[in-house]
Write a protein that binds this ligand. Sequence first.
Ligand SMILES: *Cc1c(COP(=O)(O)O)cnc(C)c1O
Length: 384
Amino acid sequence: MKIESRLAQIGSQSEPVTGAVSFPIYQATAFRHPRLGQSTGFDYSRTKNPTRAVLEQAIAELESGDAGFACSTGMAALQTVFALFGQGDHLLVSLDLYGGTYRLIEKIMSRFGVTATYVDTNDMDALESASRPNTKAIVVETPTNPLMMITDLEKVCGWAKAKGYVAIVDNTLLTPFFQRPIELGADIVVHSATKYLGGHNDVLAGLIVTKGKELSEQMAFLHNSIGAVLNPQDSWLLMRGMKTLALRMERHQANATAIAQFLLGHPMVEQVFYPALPGHPGHDIQSRQSSGNTGIFSFRMKDARTIEPILRHIRLIAFAESLGGVESLMTYPAVQTHADIPEDIRRQVGVDDRLLRFSVGIEHVDDLIADLSNAFDAAQAELA
Ligand SMILES: *Cc1c(COP(=O)(O)O)cnc(C)c1O
């Protein structure tokens, strides 16, 4: 079945007793055992909850994996995955990484003896020279946020496999609707489902998908042992959001492409970072490995002094952190999402004080362009 149909039908055929088209919320922590040594398959909701199980099965299938795990947030999902590693282990990690992931590795995982090297995951020589005898995994985001750098997943996951490393891909920005890393060789996919999967800026959630029996069993153990699981209400809310993922992603992409083109031709804008644009360095790889583009991109203004007034004058577009929801949000990465990344690394990847990140919503594109245009004009007038 096509992915649009599978998304719309999440949970709709999973309740045989009543035939409920929307899968029920099982707000229970414990389940009766018929007798000693028997179980309905459900014992305690941290281990397995019926509502969460439908969501986990759905994401595993959507990502072409073997098992799915729903966590309380994207960070909880990453923490659970990183618990695969311990004292003395080393990770290779994408440069221009989500700030929270960087903080988790540097401030928390480091206390457990896990170290990391940040590399351009598209530079095979750089990857090779950053490898160590104790390297255990590679952690990739593609596209990266905010600079939208693209990694060739097939090439890098193939290389990781030959080295015996676990290949972990954060697929938050594209979702399985546009990109399925496991089909390209990844072992583990992680999501901040708070973003496009949930899609409505109203639920925090994280998802993990594993490929292979051994990794799936290890992850089930960690997920249950750590306990940062998603509650039944939010599992339901997330499934409800995912049903419209295909429609939303198509509109996000169409709006973002039109706005990126508008900005590209604007005299106050220096550069636009969006892989859908033919001039983007990752355009060809992105077109090959994904069936579409995300609704988020970044752009660099020519004059840093225009940033503050632009953020003050946007009306329809909210100045807020986060991305991937139906409402458009503008972020200033240098002071918001990426503040925890040291300035030298930020500069190296290009997250500077003239960069804005735009998570384009599903409003009408004409209204979004008008809002930006007005804010630009007002900023220009203030500087004159
Ligand atoms: C937001 C985000 C996270 C963290 O997810 P939360 O749900 O906020 O905990 C991780 N990775 C990426 C790429 C993100 O955008």
